[in-house]
Ligand binder design. Structure first.
Ligand code: ZN
Length: 198
């Protein structure tokens, strides 16, 4: 059964992702971060980490460190609209795991006629005469141009080149995906962002 994480659990997961190094993470660092960023008590951190361990999201590796297992599936409930979304699809916004639609709604970077349907988002842009990268922020244009020039790139590569966190990169890419300017394509073991028409 796929665990559904609540808001506090998402906070802890975000803390873990932040403090995790190659060899894993130390719970002490999660406690520190959980306290300073979200005011979560030590005992709550322990409780949540055991819950994550129970569901296999966190495990102890061979060096004795705990680590977050990115391959394990989980869901979160969007605190804005209550929709259940897969763990790798939420957007982290001030530590809250919200769905892409609510993220876009909140930012009004590109306002869509119907936040639920990609089709209407495309239509909305069309009706306003927005073509290609029009209506995007400079940053989104840069990202889009980069993907066009390269023909495709992984979010990891983009985040390194542009100096963003992976989550911020995913947020920006999600927006471009919603506009049907780019799409994901699996190549080997990796997902590349490629131009939508390619
Ligand atoms: Zn939502």
């Amino acid at each position: 059964m796929t665990p559904v994480l609540d808001e506090e659990e998402v906070w802890i997961l975000e803390c873990i992702k932040d403090v995790q190094a190659d060899r894993g993470f130390h719970i002490r660092d999660v406690i520190k971060k959980g306290k300073s960023e979200y005011g979560i008590s030590r005992s709550t951190v322990y409780e949540i980490v055991s819950y994550l361990e129970f569901h296999g999201l966190v495990r102890t590796n061979s060096s004795g460190y705990r680590e977050f297992d990115e391959t394990k599936a989980y869901s979160v409930i969007c605190p804005e609209c209550g929709k259940e979304i897969p763990g790798d699809e939420y957007v982290s916004e001030n530590g809250r795991g919200i769905c892409e639609d609510c993220y876009l709604e909140a930012h009004h970077k590109i306002k869509f006629a119907d936040p639920m349907a990609v089709r209407s988002k495309k239509l909305f842009r069309k009706q306003r005469g927005l073509e290609g990268s029009e209506g995007l922020t400079d940053l989104q244009k840069d990202l889009y141009d980069f993907i066009l020039t390269e023909g495709g790139a992984t979010p990891e590569k983009i985040s390194k080149l542009f100096g963003f966190t992976l989550q911020e990169t995913r947020n920006q890419l999600a927006l471009l995906r919603h506009c049907e300017l780019i799409k994901g394509r699996k190549m080997g073991d990796e997902i590349y962002m490629v131009p939508f028409d390619s």
